[in-house]
Design a protein. Structure first.
Length: 109
């Protein structure tokens, strides 16, 4: 178990995907994303979400990201934020997103 204090250390923010590229170097199918986090700037993320989303479906989509986990190198690419989602019954990830557009960089509470 973790405490609410532990959970509050996570910095989870809303951002908008502004670029999507193929990631053929990844061991498992993935996209390279650029995410606009408003005042925090644009960050990169590797996301294994190819089962449910085409690149054109992802552009301008708002997503929920953990922004303070530190960078992770994946196949020569540095992923700076973790895009959050929920696996379906087959393990393919569906993205978390708000019901309506909100400001990029908004903190999730």
């Amino acid at each position: 178990m973790i405490t609410i204090k532990d959970f509050s250390r996570l910095d989870i923010r809303l951002g908008t995907i502004v670029a999507v590229d193929a990631f053929p170097e990844a061991k498992k199918p993935a996209y390279k994303l650029k995410i606009d986090l408003g005042p925090m700037g644009v960050s990169s993320s590797s996301a294994r979400i190819t089962n449910h989303y085409r690149p054109e479906d992802l552009l301008r989509r708002q997503v929920v990201c953990a922004v303070n986990l530190g960078p992770k190198r994946i196949g020569g690419f540095v992923s700076e934020v973790l895009v959050l989602g929920i696996p379906d019954e087959n393990g393919a990830v569906l993205l978390l997103q708000p019901d309506r557009p909100l400001s990029n960089g908004a903190r999730i509470s």
